[in-house]
Design a protein around this ligand. Sequence first.
Ligand code: FAD
Ligand code: DLZ
Ligand code: SF4
Length: 506
Amino acid sequence: MSRLHLVLGDQLSLGLSSLRGLDPATDTVLMLEVAQETDYVPHHKQKIVLILSAMRHFADELRAQGMKVDYVALDDPANTGSFTKEIARAVARHAASTLIMTQPGEWRVLEAAKTWSDALHIPVEIRPDERFLASLEQFADWARGRKLFRMEHFYRDMRRKTGLLMEGSEPVGGQWNFDQDNRKRLPAKVAVPSRLRFEPDPVTREVMDLVGARFDNHFGDLEPFGWAVTRQGALAALDNFLTVGLPSFGDYQDAMKAGEPFLFHSIVSPYLNLGLLSPLEVCQAAETAWRAGDVPLNAAEGFIRQILGWREYVRGIYWLNMPSYAASNALSAKRDLPGLYWGAPTDLNCLKQAVGDIRKTAYGHHIQRLMVTGNFALLAGIEPAQIEAWYLAVYIDAFEWVELPNVHGMALFADGGLMASKPYAASGAYIQKMSDYCQGCAYDPAIKIGPGACPFNYLYWNFLIENETVLKGNMRLAMPYKTLSGFTPERRQSIKDQAGEFLAGL
Ligand code: FAD
Ligand code: DLZ
Ligand code: SF4
């Protein structure tokens, strides 16, 4: 009896459930580079390099552990380009009796996997993905009977469940959340640390050649490529963050600075999402640094909350609500995605900086994603599916289970408030407060309307006007709607006119 154990590109963990019980004498690990996955959105070149190189390194690691790995490369002439067909070919090659896999991270791949048993005429065992701190059943139990799915409530339960940052049944420091200490602007005198980046090894170089030749039309620079492609590299990147980033992570978590994409962020999301690092070990490392007195509590708690709270929570929201979640469009947004998201020239400096950072690194930190590219898409009324495909393509860490709730729910309010209690709409004042972008901009954040006005200012009020019917009843928007009610009809009209003209020019 020969069994095939499938490992997908974001399942690169030795403890993966699909590898459990593998008999090296009879069984084979199957790994597939397929056009279906490299092409379903036009991924940033560095994202494709990272995934294919990490897959190839992981295959070598499995072989070093004594396992047989059947690895189909993207440029193998016989490669049909689809999971379904490649698995069928492999079943025939190995006369396999069973396919064992771990639940895929994306709904569309799980739907395909459900058809494989019938298509292949062999049993297909889909095991749970155990690389998260909350199982999907636990999340569903937590959500059952709740009207509001607020992350903070879920996070406290997860702290209790895991014992992270707890003293008995109480949170360390007497508080669950230190966010009020975490919204500082970055003073010019604070030096941004340089970060550990990785020279491409021969395996990565080979993939870079492949990607350069085959995906040259995709957005993003191929070089310099500085991502780790092995667990060992990912651990070194984590270590570097704990030393140079974590001590100031909390303080400057929301800050933005031109030319500095990473600031004090961990840049470990791609490693977590590919399975090179586990969420528990990353949280424990941050707690250990705090207990050793190396980092303040607001930093350790703020960081752990992102992984133990947000990351687990968005995954739960995704699986609880798919596929209908992706189809909602609560604000009826329908504008096409403007070319500036793909690097077309723009004189809005904040967007130019954020897109420029992505082009160079395939990375942007949370506030750039939420308050610059996300906020603009919200205010401009970009159609959710179009901007979601962009997020999925351009970020090194983007997989639908984590991208979709963040974009659809958090940034766009397209789920009507399932995730966020109000839209994260903001005028230019927020970007000016949290960044140095406005200093180099053609517009002035202090001018609300008329020549030189920051487009975020009139787009913000235009957004509230356009969505008045849907949003006016939202208690958390009572203040801005009260202010809006004091605007003269002429002021409202000039906001609508300038916004209309700007949006038509996109
Ligand atoms: P840090 O700021 O150092 O945070 C530490 C870790 O916490 C991250 O590595 C990540 O694993 C986790 N985390 C933080 N915030 C979130 C969150 N909101 N949801 C899930 N995990 C979180 N994250 C992705 O991994 N993939 C995505 O495709 C993605 N798309 C996003 C889209 C939008 C509109 C927004 C607002 C956020 C998105 N995020 C996404 C969450 C977050 O921006 C990234 O995880 C983070 O910027 C990654 O960089 P980092 O590792 O330096 O994170
Ligand atoms: C994102 C991606 C890319 C670009 N290429 C591959 C691939 O060739 N083979 C593979 O197994 N996985 C790839 N992935 C990751 C998959 O898209 C991911 O495993 C699915 O989205 C399921 O979560
Ligand atoms: Fe962005 Fe407005 Fe600031 Fe320019 S002035 S950088 S458009 S927020």
